[in-house]
Structures are given as C-alpha cells and as structure tokens.
Design a protein around this ligand. Structure first.
Ligand code: UD1
Ligand code: CA
Length: 451
C-alpha cells in the first residue's frame, strides 16, 4: 500500500530565540527537517507534503533542496496538530493509500520503527507510535486496553489517573488518508488548549468502530528539539550513535568521542580515523584509508590506502584516488589527485587535476582565482612540482615535467620540460659580515644613550 508523508513544520520554535524557523536548525550538518524527511523516505512515500508556517519560504527551499518533489502547504495560524494535518487535505485530495504524520522537529525516528508501524497497519486501522517515558512530563498519554489504543489524552486535559500513565504519544501516526480526513473533520477545539488536536482522532476512530493500536519505540527516537539545549543534546545523541555505528562497521576510531560525523558520512571498514577529525556533509571514504589527527573534510571522496593529514583540509570536490598522500596544512578544493599523487606540506590545490604519481612540493599554490573568475590547473602524471611553485591558472604542466623551486608558472610547461622562473642569484663577498658589524655597533650606541 502506498504511503503519503505529512511533516508538521509550521511552529516558530519560540524557545530557540532565533530568526530561523526551528526545523532549519541543523544536527550533524543537516536541518532537523531533512532528518525527518530521510526517516520518512524509508517508506518510499508516493507524496511528501510539508506543513509550513513560520519561515515557510526558507522551509520550502530547504525541503526542495533535499527532495525536489516535496510539496509545501501553508498553515498561517498554528491552531494545533489536527488543524495542521487538515491543511494538507486539498493537496492530498486525490491521494490513495495511507498517510504517515511526522514532526519536523523530531529527527531520530528510525526506518525500523516506521517499518514496525507499517506491519501493524496490516491488522489495525490506525497505528500510533508510543514510548515508555522515563519522565512522562507533558506528553499526551496513550490509554490502552490490551493491544487496543482507546484514545490519547493530552496532559492538560488528563485526570490524575491518566497522568499516572507512562506510555506516551510520540506524535507519529499512520492510517488511511480517507480515515484521517474523515476523522479530522469531526475534531473540535473544545479542550484545555483551545487547539485542534490530531490526537483526538483515536477516540473518534474507536467510536466509529475502527481499530487502533500503538507500536512502541525507544524513547531516544522520539527526542524533539524545542531549545538550543535540546539541539545540542540531539547533536550529542547523534554523534554517540554515529561513533557506535562506525566502530561496529569496522572503522578504527582511536578516540571516538573526539570525532564528529555528518548525517551522511560513509566510512569503509579498516579505515583508521585518528583523534579530532571533523566530517562535514557528503564525505565518503573507502576501505583502509587513514585519516590522521585534526583533519577537516567535507564534500570529499577518499579512496583505499590514501593518507590524509594530520591537519589537512579537504573541501567540496576533493577527489583522492588510491594511495594518495595529503599532509599537514594542505587544502584541497574541487580537485582530483590520481593514484599515488602526493602533496605533503603547506599547499593549496584548488580547481585542479593532478596526475598519477605526481609530487607537489611544499608551499605550492594553484592561483585559481583572478578576483572574478576561477581557472583550472592541470598537472600530468609523474611530474615534480618544486617547493613554493605558484601555478597561475589557467595553466598546465605536462607528464614528467618539473618546475624549479620558487617558480612562478604562467605558461604551459610541455611534457618532460623543466620550468625555471626566478631572478638569478648573486653572492656579495663579506657583505653580510659588514652589515652585521654596522647593526651591532648601532645597537651598542643606543644602549649607552639609554643608561
Ligand atoms: C504533541 C501531541 C502530544 C505528544 C507530543 C510529542 C497533540 C495535540 N499533542 O504535543 O500528544 O505527546 O506532541 O512531542 O498532537 N505544529 C504545527 N502546527 C500547529 C501545531 C503544531 O505545525 O498548529 C507542529 C509543531 O511545529 C511541532 C509539532 O507539530 O513540530 C508538534 O506540535 P507541539 O505544539 O509541539 O505539540 P505538543 O503540544 O508537544
Ligand atoms: Ca512539542
């Protein structure tokens, strides 16, 4: 059966004290909203509809950047979760199958949990995701009778007996689109908050003779973000899980607690990651690479056997083939390094292609930017770029060519040639000694005057 995803993301998130809508604050380099969309994507939804309100334009842009088919509906006034879902009614008028409701500020619902809900939907008309709360606080309470969920009562409206229930509502709910909109049409705002509660559809479903149940997940999955403190707690939780998963997948982390992952980092088995390494979004690392301490990588691909760092920076478009070495204080952006190429010290390589087995000497810079345009540098295979070479792009250096130390290269260097561009050296006999004598005498005079 097809599923249509509804993500509630209209809230302002007052407690974030932010100019940005809450769901656009990031965990592991991706907005909270994208985490929710990724979770929902595991059910291969036919449609994804996001209910936006505060900062709707920005929310829409972020959602479409991740999934260009995502649809946005506006909820101009936040009159409750039931009202929010009702806002999708027109958009989903022709939708068949089920609707799954997720919250845009709840990033950790797992694909396994959603698949458990799907399984329960085979038997029940309405499936709610619940959790045993360590501290049930102000969550809605799930009133169960055996396997049957009878109703959900919001904390504000609950009796003392109901407040004693510890099985709580996560907010995630799955039922047919037809039932959802039929039941929502009957929901009123006659309650302690004066809001239209999505949770009211359970009692209405049961009264109409439909079946309902709750599937339980770990409380950690239901963690929502309402404040900056929650956001940092979510980041901590994400990192703890990512480190555990990397270790389980065969990655060596010498000091796991100092390594930071993005939501989409992939690292193959037998890769070693030393302390204090940060992965930004879109990094893939093949098996058996070595990422040394204090390196920062984003949008980069590192192949088998490559060594990166210590203190290396790989920026978007850095593409390292097998056995490439990139050493300390080397920055690489939008550049490919073919098999076995080496740039070991103090170098900037941007908008470039470096051939197989080529060695880039210390202090080399591809001067790729003229203030307006970016230009490409090509260096062939088995070339040797002398220390402190400035490559003024666009420029190319042929296979097995060399540049002399300190060369400023603004003309192509043919295959096998050596480019030398420096002012000739002249040695002045005894000039250094004379200069030292003169300066030391001057210093001595000054010291005497000061006494
Ligand atoms: C809701 C549930 C409660 C559950 C809790 C779990 C209802 C009535 N209550 O309560 O049972 O235990 O979540 O966290 O559903 N939103 C909109 N438009 C609105 C209202 C809300 O988009 O008009 C969005 C919010 O931005 C948020 C989500 O829906 O992402 C939940 O809303 P919130 O007001 O936080 O619900 P709770 O009162 O916490
Ligand atoms: Ca909430």
């Amino acid at each position: 059966m097809s599923t249509n995803l509804i993500i509630l993301a209209a809230g302002k998130g007052t407690r974030m004290n932010s100019d940005s809508p809450k769901v656009l604050h990031a965990v592991a380099g991706a907005p909270l909203l994208i985490h929710a969309m990724k979770a929902g994507a595991s059910l291969e939804p036919a449609r994804t509809v996001i209910v936006a309100g505060h900062g709707a334009d920005e929310v829409s842009k972020a959602a479409r950047a991740y999934d260009e088919s995502a649809e946005i509906v506006l909820q101009t006034e936040q009159n409750g979760t039931g009202h929010a879902v009702l806002c999708t009614k027109d958009a989903l008028a022709k939708a068949t199958g089920d609707v799954l409701v997720l919250y845009g500020d709840t990033p950790f619902i797992s694909p396994e949990t959603l698949s458990d809900m799907r399984d329960a939907r085979a038997t029940f008309d309405v499936v709610v995701l619940g959790f045993e709360a360590a501290d049930p606080a102000r969550y809605g309470r799930l009133v169960m009778d055996g396997n049957t969920l009878e109703r959900i009562v919001e904390f504000k409206d609950a009796s003392d007996d109901e407040r004693a229930i510890t099985f709580c509502n996560s907010g995630v709910i799955l039922c047919s689109a037809a039932h959802m909109f039929e039941l929502l049409a009957q929901v009123t705002n006659n309650n302690a908050s004066g809001e239209y509660y999505l949770t009211d559809i359970i009692g209405l479903a049961r009264a109409a003779g439909l079946t309902a149940t709750a599937v339980a997940c770990d409380e950690a999955e239901t963690m929502g973000v309402n404040s900056r403190a929650d956001l940092s707690a979510a980041e901590t939780a994400f990192q703890a899980r990512a480190r555990r998963e990397a270790l389980e997948a065969g990655v060596t982390l010498t000091a796991p607690e100092t390594v930071f992952f993005a939501h989409d980092t992939y690292i193959g088995p037998d890769t070693i990651v030393e302390p204090n390494v940060v992965f930004g979004p879109k990094v893939t690392i093949e098996n058996g690479a070595h990422i040394r301490a204090f390196s920062h990588l984003e949008g980069a691909h590192v192949s088998r056997g490559a060594v990166v760092g210590p203190y290396a920076r790989l920026r978007p478009g850095a593409e390292l083939s097998e056995n490439v070495h990139v050493g300390n204080f080397v920055e690489i952006k939008n550049a490919t390094l073919a098999e076995g190429a080496k740039a070991n010290h103090l170098t900037y390589i941007g908008d470039a292609s470096i051939g197989e087995g080529t060695n880039i000497g210390a202090g080399t810079i591809t001067c790729n930017y003229d203030g307006v345009f970016k230009h490409h540098t090509h260096i062939g295979a088995r070339a040797f770029i002398g220390s402190n070479t400035m490559l003024i792009a666009p420029v190319s250096v042929g296979d097995e060519a060399m540049t002399a130390t300190g060369a400023v290269v603004n003309k192509d260097v043919p295959e096998g040639a050596m480019a030398i561009s420096r002012t000739p050296q002249e040695n002045k006999p005894n000039l250094a000694r004379k200069l030292f004598d003169k300066l030391r005498a001057k210093k001595a005079r000054q010291q005497k005057e000061d006494e």
